[in-house]
Design a protein around this ligand. Structure first.
Ligand code: FES
Length: 113
């Protein structure tokens, strides 16, 4: 059976930051799907989805600190976040992903950056 293909699947999407949002089983039970929807909608509204100054948003499996979820990691800053509500998701987008300032109140690894 041939592997499906589209021309756009030959390119790395434009982005300045890579956000990996856990949608593993524990984070999903803690609301990760709703967090993903809010982050995605806020990025689209800000015109920062897969743009040169924007974000590549990737859903992942377990990133391991399940008890602290829903977990999102942001690179290149190496920030680990707990995004526990729609309000947290909006803060992540507006303060870090658009304005460029990590949201210290949501960080799991408070010593970073
Ligand atoms: S399920 Fe998200 S960190 Fe484990």
């Amino acid at each position: 059976m041939p592997i499906p293909s589209k021309p756009e699947w030959s390119h790395i999407p434009a982005h300045a930051r890579h956000v990996m949002l856990c949608t593993g089983p524990r984070c999903t039970q803690r609301g990760a799907q709703q967090v993903w929807k809010v982050v995605r909608n806020e990025l689209l509204a800000a015109q920062r989805m897969e743009t040169a100054d924007g974000v590549l948003l990737t859903r992942t499996h377990c990133q391991f600190p399940c008890n602290l979820g829903p977990v999102a990691t942001v690179y290149p800053e190496r920030c680990w976040y707990r995004i526990a509500s729609a309000d947290d998701a909006r803060r992540l987008v507006r303060e870090h992903l658009v304005a460029g300032t990590p949201v210290s109140a949501l960080l799991l690894n408070g010593d970073t950056p």
